[in-house]
Design a protein around this ligand. Sequence first.
Ligand SMILES: O=P(O)(O)O[C@H]1[C@H](O)[C@@H](O)[C@@H](O)[C@@H](O)[C@@H]1O
Ligand SMILES: [Mg+2]
Ligand SMILES: [Mg+2]
Length: 286
Amino acid sequence: MANWTDCLNFGISIAKQASEVVLSAFQQHKEVKLKSSPADLVTETDQRVEKILISAIRNRYPQHRFIGEESVAAGERLELTDSPTWIIDPIDGTVNFVHRFPFVAISIAFTFNKQIQFGIVYSCVEDKLFYAQRGGGAFLNGEPLYVSGQQDISRCVVVTEIGAERDDVALSTTTSNICRLLKLPVHGVRALGTAAVDMCQVATGGADAYYHIGMHCWDIAASAIIVQEAGGVVMDTDGSEFDMMSRRVIAASSATVADRIAQVIQAFPCCRDDEDNCRCGATGVN
Ligand SMILES: O=P(O)(O)O[C@H]1[C@H](O)[C@@H](O)[C@@H](O)[C@@H](O)[C@@H]1O
Ligand SMILES: [Mg+2]
Ligand SMILES: [Mg+2]
């Protein structure tokens, strides 16, 4: 059984180093480019942080492979193999970063045999380091994390995202899902603007569930294992097994709450991340 602890520790160290680049740019003016929609932004800092992370990892682990949000956006093929693979979102919450809304994260997941072995989500402005290794528990700044265990949907705070998709079908599905949950009722619905940090709230017990349709594997692969190792449940919005490439996810404090959310919400169609002609994450931005 391979032990990936050295990779995890290296991942944590380079996430903290790269956050210095994010934080030094946070208050500065940013040049913004658009990707898949007018709400899907990228800056030079996103691209620079991804290059810093990938070159540091490649230098130490030359055989490892990468799936990086901005590399895919620049046209690199997205292919998950059995090889050790780093799945990187250099800045999760780029809209927040551009607007100086203080929730921006570096998200790094690591897979082997296509199974997530560890995840790191570093919320840079908050200085909150979430991480988990398969079988080793979940932690926030070194303290163990546990989900709330809530079983009653009417006592839940649910986190979701109004993503970058702005076509009529996506918008009507997204808003009707929120209305259906509010009418149950749930205690509240929240959105921080970063899928990775949103989902980590479930691991802390501060939220009881998170769901999202339309995000990408790099948004949620790291936080998925953090929720699982905190005792939570992660699955597809249709109730099937979690599939990081499907662009649909429910993470919850319990299977009961996850199943209830799967009954209430609907998904809008979007291509899989690993679909060859899926151009949702890529627009040839250089
Ligand atoms: O800031 P990003 O890395 O682009 O991720 C965003 C995504 O673009 C947006 O559509 C939403 O899904 C957010 O929750 C993601 O964090
Ligand atoms: Mg993201
Ligand atoms: Mg990003």
